[in-house]
Design a protein around this ligand. Structure first.
Ligand code: MG
Length: 269
């Protein structure tokens, strides 16, 4: 099931997106969004009898993390190598503030403090319930679903700062969407799901989740051994090789097979 958050100009609502997804992440013409009563993370799935055509709504970030977005650094060996770094012996964690989250088609603002703004296309895990010390074999029980993320990074600031907080934490540095897919098994990602990024339509990243160093159950176990996870918290699972710069006016699209496509444009404030 695809859970989206959307607005028709009024208060944001949640809904279920129907229709078939093609190999480019585009929905079939007959797709609609069926409204839900409240946030399904907290009230469960209560389907209403109101539905909208997708062109008549604006999709928003499908989740607003209540407490945190946890990033995982260098989880693909080829990406660690392109940064001139070794693969970490255990998952390398950092935090992005929830204020960095924006939705599909929202602008990503190019901060004046950087001259090297990068995209990082990633698979994102949405946590469904409060948990800590989750054993890897129980990770599926605490995962609500999966979405697409762009872990936008000011690469020059990341190199210069000891912490990643500034480089990863600006407002609009965490586009999420277009919806949360709840029906995938983590084994799909271990077997391999394609993660691609397109800059102005040209493919710049083309990876497979099979190349993750630490798989999703391991990441959930590791993060939850450090900090309690809350419903709506998000874990970014790392980016494949091919990261690179974006300029004002660029269109950046991240596609994860079986989930969908997330597009944003780079803007000045
Ligand atoms: Mg990243």
């Amino acid at each position: 099931m695809r859970i989206a958050r959307f607005t028709t100009g009024e208060e944001p609502q949640f809904g279920v997106v129907t229709g078939d997804l093609d190999e480019h992440g585009q929905l079939s013409e007959d797709a609609v969004i069926v409204a839900l009563a409240g946030d399904p993370l907290y009230v469960g799935m209560k389907v209403l009898d109101t539905e909208y055509r997708l062109p008549d709504v604006r999709l928003l970030a499908p989740v607003l993390p209540r407490s945190k977005v946890v990033g995982i650094g260098r989880n693909y060996a080829a990406h660690a190598a392109e940064l001139g770094q070794d693969v970490p012996p255990e998952p390398l964690m950092f935090l992005k503030p929830n204020t960095s989250v924006v939705g599909p088609n929202d602008p990503v603002f190019y901060p004046r403090q950087t001259q090297d703004l990068h995209y990082e296309g990633e698979l994102a895990v949405v946590i469904g319930r409060i948990c800590r010390d989750v054993p890897p074999e129980q990770a599926t029980d605490v995962i609500f679903g999966y979405t697409v993320a762009n872990d936008v990074t000011a690469r020059d600031l990341q190199r210069g700062d000891v912490q990643f907080t500034r480089a990863k934490g600006f407002d609009s540095f965490c586009p999420l969407g277009p919806w949360i897919e709840t029906d995938l098994d983590p084994q799909n990602f271990i077997d391999g799901v394609r993660v691609q990024t397109f800059l102005n339509g040209d493919v710049v990243q083309d990876g497979s989740t099979a190349d993750m160093i630490f798989d999703i159950p391991t990441l959930v176990a590791h993060v939850s051994s450090v900090m309690t996870l809350l419903p709506g918290d998000v874990i970014l699972t790392g980016t494949p090789e091919g990261v690179g710069p974006m300029q004002v006016g660029d269109e950046i699209e991240v596609f994860v097979a079986g989930i969908g496509s997330l597009t944003n444009r780079i803007a000045t404030r």
